[in-house]
Design a protein around this ligand. Structure first.
Ligand SMILES: [Zn+2]
Length: 110
């Protein structure tokens, strides 16, 4: 994960999920998920870090390795925030096994 999300907020009692590309299996995003159920959208302030830069103008999440689009930005009116709506069958998720909620230090791309 190369890019720490500047808009991230720590979410208590969340699970850390690793979202990976369903096509080429590259890891794409570390995400703080609240509650059980499918990952239909990723709220931008719950994204910890990612393989691609995410900023206020990012409209689509695209795998930097194989260029498959996995999500596009929507505005969630009920919460007044933006999120990425996941495209079906384009990604895999797994739970990060460590229970350590500390953020990893930003590593610059090598
Ligand atoms: Zn990919």
């Amino acid at each position: 994960m190369k890019y720490l999300n500047p808009e991230r907020r720590r979410v208590r009692k969340s699970l850390i999920l690793i979202v990976s590309c369903g096509h080429c299996k590259s890891n794409l995003v570390r995400y703080q998920k609240v509650g059980r159920g499918n990952l239909l959208r990723m709220y931008i302030d719950r994204i910890i870090e990612s393989e691609m830069p995410i900023h206020s103008k990012t409209q689509d999440l695209v795998c930097p390795n194989c260029h498959q689009e996995i999500a596009n930005r929507i505005h969630v009116r009920q919460r007044g925030v933006d999120a990425f709506r996941m495209h079906r069958a384009t990604y895999n998720i797994r739970q990060e096994l460590t229970n350590n909620l500390k953020y990893h230090k930003h590593k610059s791309p090598s």
